[in-house]
Write a new protein. Structure first.
Length: 152
């Protein structure tokens, strides 16, 4: 899976347009990272993946259609957005895929507000995109997090 970034394709789908195969592949990546790798036994399927305003963005290897990295963008009732489930396959880390996904998601957000709950160790990554911490650090399934907001 040592795929250089230029041999990977950015994909974006509304929830209603995901094929069963695409949904399976992105959910498998999320479970591999958040449940297996981080050893967190929690309900990864939270009911928001198929909401009408949900966008799924991922980078996939051109030769296999396997997702290398993923991000979920939710439209919130207040008109803002929430970024979540940002993950990269272990073998594909360090190639800028998460940066590429975040840039694409923020282009869709435009001037609207956006919030995310960052694992604390990657808060500086999100700060580089204009996100600032909001409130105190909190624990989510035993992992320290910071709520971060990017204002319009």
């Amino acid at each position: 899976m040592r795929t250089p970034q230029h041999h990977a394709t950015l994909r974006r789908q509304w929830s209603a347009d995901l094929t069963p195969d695409q949904l399976y592949r992105v959910l498998r990546l999320r479970v591999e990272v958040f449940v297996v790798e981080q050893n967190c036994c929690y309900p990864e399927l939270d009911g928001r993946d198929l909401e009408p305003g949900t966008r799924h963005l991922w980078v996939e290897a051109e030769d296999s259609a396997e997702p290398l990295a993923y991000l979920r963008l939710l439209e919130e009732p207040d008109g803002g957005f929430r970024i979540g489930r940002v993950c990269t396959a272990r073998a594909a880390r360090g190639r800028g895929y998460s940066r590429r996904l975040l840039e694409a998601a923020l282009a869709e957000v435009g001037r609207a507000g956006c919030v995310l709950d960052a694992q604390t160790y990657v808060a500086d990554f999100y700060a580089g995109f204009g996100f600032v911490p909001e409130g105190e650090e909190f624990m989510d399934d035993g992992i320290p997090h910071l709520r971060m907001r990017r204002s319009p």
